[in-house]
Design a protein around this ligand. Sequence first.
Ligand code: CTP
Length: 398
Amino acid sequence: MLAGKHILLIIGGGIAAYKSLELIRRLQDQGARVTPVLTRAGAEFVTPLSVSALAGTAVHQELFDLTAEAEMGHIQLSRSADLLVVAPATADLMAKMAQGFANDLASTLLLATDTPVLLAPAMNVRMWEHPATQRNLETLKEDGVSFVGPNDGSMACGEFGPGRMAEPEEILAAIAAKLADGPLKGKRILVTSGPTHEPIDPVRYIANRSSGAQGAAVARALRDLGAEVVFITGPAAVRPPEGVQVVPVESAREMEAAVQAALPADAGVFAAAVADWRVASASDRKLKKSKDGLPVLEFAENPDILKTVSQMKNGRPGLVVGFAAETNDVVENATAKRKRKGCDWIVANDVSPATGIMGGSENAVILISDEGAEEWPRMGKDEVARKLAERIAAALAG
Ligand code: CTP
């Protein structure tokens, strides 16, 4: 998967540094070459000897190391890699990067590089949530730096929340996504997925049974072909894929705002099961039982995100793909839906109970385009996603 790729791995100072030793092994298993850099604080957590023994090469530690400067200057060191990975990325390293400091080897390499950078942050939850760190995060994202994690969980310091470094396998997937060299390289594609939650009051909501599985599979397949994927997901049952930019939302209106913010894009795939209606005036207090009778909910129509994007005058993605779940007259209904919405393709499927498709692992879809209806054989949902991603790649190339 990563054969011939060269990763410069900067290990910062944090208890999660031990996971980076595992990461080195995983990267090597995939055929990558790892050049390790250990910060002064990092060396408090793992020893230079274990790092260099695992990497099978010397570990770089100091900015002014005359031997290293003679063999390979730090500028060259920072540019010879295909990707710079910082794991764990501490609050301090993020702050230095956001400010452009270059006062040790790691920060100098990060400032001098012109190769992509991936950060796996790890820190105490309060440090992660501090406005300064969040500011630095935004700055770094604007600078084009990619992130994997942090995850929620219990931390070595005894607190609970976001701040745990992503697991080695998650970092590996994110690295593979960054280095993917497929036909969608350089293409930005947004994918909506999952159900939406429409609030009734602060504790209740209206939802649907979408698991988000097909949307996640599409995002993964697009990522594997090298696309930069913005994955806008409602509260789904399945985990979002690694190596995509995840934008979590709850309601249809939040999803629409997130889609607008993610544009421009080369293509949009709208796999979300968006609620067609919301409660017109959701209460900001919990509704109570009352002797005066049952509550009456009035509904308002939600924005049709697919239709809005399909009919944009300016900045419409070159290819807009919608989904349609039908129980009868699949081709007729989906063909009419494609016309009504104004999208380029509709991926239609028959979800009537007899097919066993709803909640199952297989799908049988019909792709409706201006060339008519094309029936695909029944196959796994991952395979449907791969085939769709290949079609998207062909359409964007043509
Ligand atoms: N969609 C959307 N925004 C909405 C509703 C739907 O973007 N508010 C998108 C879905 O993501 C999907 C497609 O539109 O790509 C499905 O269209 P929709 O009309 O909602 O399908 P159904 O609910 O199956 O429609 P109908 O009830 O008319 O059969």
